[in-house]
Write a protein that binds this ligand. Structure first.
Ligand SMILES: [Mg+2]
Ligand SMILES: [Zn+2]
Length: 153
């Protein structure tokens, strides 16, 4: 299996400066549908890996769930869906083992699937989190500018 691990905020959808993606400002980034369609056509398994600092706050959780729904609907209209979605709900101070660049959110997935690491990669806009987890998994990192144009494949 070859896998495209995809960050969400700032990579697939617009992330505002305060880091909280709100339903009323939901915007899919340029090139996302085309890029994902191309990955799918090349047989990639699509895996979302996202850090979400909820701080146990119900309104943050609701924002996430609603924007996730909006994203999935937009993808569905284009015939697309994620194969797996992994999320870290913790903030940095909580010291969990699932917040990128740590690999806790994908450890089980990696154990249970045979991954072709030469073809797999992480796409994300944060060098520390996304580049870091790519390195930890042992796959290539494709850096994208925050809220920029999604790469073509
Ligand atoms: Mg991001
Ligand atoms: Zn976590």
């Amino acid at each position: 299996m070859h896998v495209a691990f995809l960050d969400r905020d700032g990579t697939l959808i617009d992330e505002p400066p305060d880091g909280l993606v709100r339903p009323e400002h939901f915007r899919l980034l340029q090139g996302v549908l085309e890029g994902l369609q191309s990955l799918k056509a090349q047989g990639y398994t699509l895996v979302m890996i996202t850090n979400q600092s909820f701080y146990g706050d119900a309104s943050r959780i609701r924002c996430f769930e609603e924007t996730q729904e909006m994203l999935f609907s937009a993808l569905k209209r284009a015939g697309l869906a994620f194969d797996f979605v992994f999320l870290c709900p913790h903030s940095e101070g909580e010291g969990c083992n699932c917040r990128k660049p740590k690999t806790g959110m994908v450890d089980e997935f990696l154990r249970e699937h045979e991954i072709d690491k030469t073809r797999s990669f992480v796409i994300g806009d944060r060098e520390s989190a996304d580049g870091g987890i790519a390195k930890a998994i042992g796959v290539r990192y494709i850096k994208m500018e925050s809220n920029g144009t999604f790469p073509t494949f």
